[in-house]
Write a protein that binds this ligand. Sequence first.
Ligand SMILES: NC(=O)c1ccc[n+]([C@@H]2O[C@H](COP(=O)([O-])OP(=O)(O)OC[C@H]3O[C@@H](n4cnc5c(N)ncnc54)[C@H](OP(=O)(O)O)[C@@H]3O)[C@@H](O)[C@H]2O)c1
Length: 238
Amino acid sequence: MTSIGIIGSGSIGAGLARLAVAAGHDVLIANSRGPETLTDLVGELGAGAHAGTTEEAAGYGDLTVLAIPLSAYGSLPLDVLDGRTVLSTGNYYPSRDGRIAALDSLDLTTAEYEETLIPGAVIVKAFNNIVAHHIPSLARPAQAADRSGMAVFGDSEKAKEIVSEAIAAFGFDPVDAGTLAQSWRAEPESGAYTLIYAADPESFFENFTADTGSPVPAARLRELIAASTRPAVAEREF
Ligand SMILES: NC(=O)c1ccc[n+]([C@@H]2O[C@H](COP(=O)([O-])OP(=O)(O)OC[C@H]3O[C@@H](n4cnc5c(N)ncnc54)[C@H](OP(=O)(O)O)[C@@H]3O)[C@@H](O)[C@H]2O)c1
């Protein structure tokens, strides 16, 4: 992997861009307001980072990362994303995205619903179950004893391989966690969501931004995913 397009320059997009540039990748990052608003971020990211339009990021390099609200997936350029490997970090928050019947009814996982919005893209779900500031705080070099696992869900082995390579370069051990239909196992309120990476699970929900994060080795992550239970999405209030 040498080049990655990232759509979304907020907490997750900028965080993954930092790790990608640090790993030696060439990154083109985009947001909704246009490349001219990304001058400071690109300057901070340093050599290897560029700003572009959403269309440019969608078609850039070997992988497109989506770090945008679910409600924005419908505005993505379908023609450019056709056939692309897409790492989707999205989650369904009804308070932000509006209520979506197919998700409330559990007919679809969020990743499967995203497929209906960008049907040509080959979606792989990862980094949706970790709070943004835990991504840099838990990233570790390969072979580090306290490296954390990161769940990877997808229906294409080739796309999962591309995303897994990126995850490993960013500082996590990729854990093949199954298909998009199984990706509820790491959705909000499941047993493998953000709390698993908390340093202090007792106080995490009171003030999660203060939590420094605690490593979750790949073997432990596999256990958590296997034991995860499907949340009642229709009852979700956030
Ligand atoms: N924050 C977390 O801890 C966390 C953890 C796990 C998963 N997630 C999920 O990851 C995704 C990103 O979350 P975030 O916290 O990084 O969000 P964020 O900080 O609010 O940033 C969202 C980014 O998306 C961009 N955007 C919105 N609509 C767009 C569009 N139509 N085209 C191009 N760019 C668009 C925004 O552009 P502008 O800057 O121009 O407004 C912004 O850069 C969400 O689905 C969220 O649920 C978040």
